[in-house]
Design a protein around this ligand. Structure first.
Ligand SMILES: Nc1nc2c(c(=O)[nH]1)N[C@H]1C(S)=C(S)[C@@H](COP(=O)(O)O)O[C@H]1N2
Ligand SMILES: [Mo]
Length: 525
């Protein structure tokens, strides 16, 4: 073994090497954080959907296989969006640390990694619906800033590695830490701050507040007093807007200025129709209660809600457009690129298929489709309830497929007859004696004629039905159970207005909605 080489790089212990690597990884994180921060601030100024982080998140949503989306919804409930953003952020952080390590060992390859990660954000931002050249600016700025900061920080960190003597090393280490800390901290601050500002100043909010709802030309009949049961724990007949489930692919809620909104009816029509928001509001609007359900709702689940909608019947607009013969589907498209394929007949028959502008007496909440969404009784949301809708293309099921159909879900999605026990709760304890079992049952656009409850393996007993609000809404029911001590299983099943009995056969939510009976276990003390 040769003697120690004098004058060459100081020999470093493995502990020093490890510290140097930590510094390099931190440099990578700080550089990417600075880049993302600049991008978020620019996105706030230019357009919220141009944020590379959020564009990448939506791209992940669009590309993810449906089983993964299913499990994200199943595991995290409707908190799927923060989960997706956090996963993308974690992945980016891992790549950033890697970029730092690589830049230290083999420059300029770390900068290449940073540029490539930024490039992915750029591709994502440019492929989002409604993107323009401006959408590229935040990502490009992020790449330039990230690459530059990485080069500077790695230079600083190498200076620490190669400085000789405790004092000189201490000084260069401080310089590095201050620089990297500033880049990382400001980047995170700008990213988080940008998000807060973006959601806070959403133009939509002010637009929502400024517009007063027109009075309905056709008001909904008052709710019959017998339609709403006074049972603690039952889902209220009408779901409040803030309690209404939310399902969509939008990581950033589209913010649409009603003044620039328009709907176009295109495709297989005799006349293309364009409708502005003012024109829509000037039409005779109708109120109707409709229960909306998600195809991803498992038996007994909560992805269902009932609201009073105000809107204009789509059949009148389609009449103006004049669908050509042969057309059998309407592909509705939202401002953010989502599509739903609705059978033409469901939009031309006499049901309350509407372009809705209000929900329970207020303008549509942004996350429920402001300014305009579709509501179609009898069909799952994924084939009918397009939020932020901007186009209705009259077409055929052979020629076109909608967002979820491309991802393995059925092209047709009629709501399946189902029922749910709301009270008592699963695994709850009740006292012996008369226990009120209650819940809801639904078969939109058909109606419910009977609900039955079964205790353990006893024969089915009829539940009492609340008055129906309409065939398009769920119906409340209750059953007075003479509960004996012990553990019991309660099961519910409904029969629709055609006499069809809810099946006990269990099927998964994919491809066209779950079937089976809702059962709960309770302890009677
Ligand atoms: N633009 C848009 N509209 C959409 C969706 C979407 O992802 N994007 N999801 C649909 C689905 S799957 C359902 S179940 C309903 C849910 O409507 P809600 O969020 O108002 O309850 O919206 C539908 N409309
Ligand atoms: Mo859905």
């Amino acid at each position: 073994m040769p003697d120690q080489q004098v004058g060459a790089k100081p020999r470093r212990t493995s502990a020093e090497t490890i510290r140097a690597r930590w510094r390099a990884a931190f440099a990578g994180l700080a550089a990417v954080s600075a880049g993302l921060g600049v991008a978020e601030v620019l996105a706030v100024i230019l357009s919220p959907t141009s944020s590379p982080l959020f564009s990448a998140g939506s791209l992940v949503i669009d590309l993810a296989p449906s089983w993964l989306k299913e499990s994200v919804i199943a595991v995290f409930g409707t908190a799927d969006k923060p989960v997706i953003i956090a996963s993308v952020a974690l992945l980016v952080a891992a790549l950033a640390a890697l970029a730092g390590l690589v830049e230290r060992a083999k420059p300029p390859w770390g900068r290449v990694i940073v540029a490539a990660v930024g490039g992915l954000g750029l591709v994502a931002a440019m492929t989002r619906a409604g993107s323009s050249l401006v959408s590229a600016i935040p990502s490009i700025a992020a790449i330039l800033v990230g690459v530059w900061v990485l080069a500077v920080l790695i230079r600083r960190s190498v200076a620490v590695d190669s400085s000789v003597g405790a004092r000189s090393q201490g000084a260069s280490r401080r310089t590095f830490l201050v620089n990297a800390g500033l880049a990382a901290g400001l980047g995170i601050l700008a990213t988080v701050g940008g998000r807060i500002v973006a959601t806070g100043i959403q133009a939509v909010d002010s637009a929502r507040r400024m517009f007063t709802l027109p009075r309905p030309a056709v008001a909904a009949a008052p709710i019959p007093s017998g339609a709403s049961l006074d049972v603690p724990g039952i889902a209220p007949l009408v779901t409040g807007n803030s309690d209404f489930y939310r399902i969509d692919t939008a990581l950033i809620v589209p913010s649409i200025d009603p003044a620039t909104w328009s709907l176009r009816i295109t495709g297989l029509v005799d006349n293309e129709v364009t409708l502005t928001f003012d024109e829509l509001l000037a039409l005779p609007l109708e109120e109707s209660y409709t229960t909306l359900a998600c195809v991803s709702n498992y038996v007994g689940g909560g992805l269902i809600g009932n609201a009073l909608w105000l809107g204009y019947p789509i059949r009148h607009l389609l009449e103006r457009a004049g669908p050509k013969s042969g057309a059998d589907m309407v592909l509705s498209r939202s401002a953010d690129g989502f599509t739903a394929g609705t059978p033409l007949t469901a939009l031309t028959d006499d049901r309350n298929a509407i372009l809705a502008v209000a929900m329970n007496g207020t303008p549509l909440p942004a996350e429920h489709g402001f300014p305009v969404r579709m509501v179609v009784p009898g069909l799952y949301g994924y084939v009918s309830a397009t939020k932020w809708v901007t186009e209705l293309k009259v077409t055929t099921f052979t020629a076109d497929a909608a967002y979820w159909t491309h991802r393995g879900w059925s092209a047709r999605g009629p709501v399946k007859l189902s029922s749910r026990i709301d009270t008592p709760r699963q695994s709850g304890t009740v006292s012996a004696g008369t226990v009120v079992v209650a819940g809801v049952a639904w078969s939109q656009h058909v109606g419910i004629s009977r609900v039955q409850v079964r205790v353990d393996d006893d024969p089915w007993s009829d539940a009492e039905l609340a008055d129906a609000l309409s065939a398009d809404t769920w119906r409340q029911w209750l059953y007075r159970w003479d509960a004996r001590q012990g553990r019991h299983t309660l099961t519910v099943r409904a029969t629709d207005a055609n006499g069809m009995v809810q099946t006990a056969v269990q099927t998964d939510v994919v491809p066209d909605g779950a079937t089976g009976l809702h059962s709960i276990d309770v302890t009677v003390a």
